[in-house]
Design a protein around this ligand. Structure first.
Ligand SMILES: [Zn+2]
Length: 313
């Protein structure tokens, strides 16, 4: 049966408490005897999550099969990390807390993480040293172990962060970012060159570098602009799917991704025109992009730099 995620409601509380009890049973059964023993998470923790719109349930059909909290940074207990360091300490992030599920449903962790990763690529999570099951799930999803954090009561937890899947600018403006994907696909199709190796995508104006043998002629530059706008005008849906790295290799070029990339990749498709591994924010349909305009370009040593923008639809 398919799993779905929705905001938890106060009326869900009894079902959530049942899920928490089931999760305690899973922990105890796997030798994790100390986590979640002293009344944590309490009813008040769950109600606080719900009040802040940070509590979520996973439904299997109509049944609540899991609970988790998805909360924006900063997480106070993550401000100091021992015996290690976070992958970065500059970007905002989301933290996932209180993952609990009933034992008999499969794919819950993946469903929760995919849901969270689609909302923020920069995720942090922690778990108990004795919770081998969760450690395995966290690492196999692609998180990196970062160090030890202390809870408010002084207990230690192992802490993890999701590495960046690629170098996209996080402050990006979705219409510009989707336009960049279309521009990349257009350049690959028209010139047989690689996708942009060095892109700066900003709200007002962006630039991309392509490796070309010669500077495109005025007619070719006009053709690039025309083709990108023609694709935008098709009103293509932009979709996201998560696939194991091994499968992703058949769909997209992975050679540009960093070595420490996760085992699960987020593939962004622009209709059937483009597919690219990307964690960035995109429009839902190319109709939201507007009009693509090339502002200027120059060519030097096999590098063609194009500056462009999109104007509001
Ligand atoms: Zn992208």
């Amino acid at each position: 049966m398919s799993l779905s995620v929705r905001n938890a409601r106060p009326a869900d509380l009894p079902a959530i408490l049942t899920v928490l009890e089931a999760a305690r049973g899973i922990m105890a059964g796997s030798g994790n005897l100390s986590q979640w023993r002293s009344g944590y998470p309490a009813e008040s923790d769950i109600l606080c999550d719900i009040a802040g719109e940070g509590g979520f349930v996973v439904l299997e059909g109509d049944r609540i099969a899991a609970y988790f909290a998805f909360l924006p940074s900063p997480e106070p207990t993550y401000s100091i990390i021992y015996e290690g360091r976070w992958l970065d300490d500059t970007r905002p992030y989301h933290v996932i807390h209180r993952i609990a599920s009933v034992p008999e449903v499969h794919g819950i962790f993946r469903t929760i993480l995919d849901w969270c990763a689609a909302r923020d690529g920069n995720l942090r999570i922690d778990t108990h040293r004795d919770n081998r099951i969760m450690q395995h799930c966290i690492l196999s999803y692609g998180f990196r172990y970062c160090g030890i954090i202390h809870l408010a009561n002084g207990d230690e937890r192992l802490a993890y962060q999701m590495p960046e899947l690629n170098s996209h600018n996080k402050e990006e403006y979705p219409p510009m970012h989707t336009a960049e994907h279309i521009l990349n696909a257009t350049m690959v199709r028209l010139f047989g060159c690689p996708r942009s190796r060095n892109a700066h995508i900003e709200r007002k104006k962006s630039k991309c570098d392509y490796l070309l043998e010669a500077c495109p002629t005025d007619e070719q530059v006009a053709q690039i602009e025309r083709t990108v706008n023609e694709v935008i005008g098709r009103h293509l849906d932009v979709t996201v799917e998560f696939v194991p790295r091994a499968e992703a290799a058949a769909i997209v070029d992975l050679s540009k991704l960093p070595e420490n990339v996760s085992e699960t990749l987020r593939i962004v498709r622009v209709g059937d025109y483009d597919a690219c591994a990307c964690i960035g924010a995109h429009v839902r349909n190319t109709a939201e992009i507007g009009t693509f305009r090339i502002l200027s370009h120059d060519f030097e040593d096999g590098r063609w730099r194009v500056r462009w923008k999109v104007t509001e639809p």
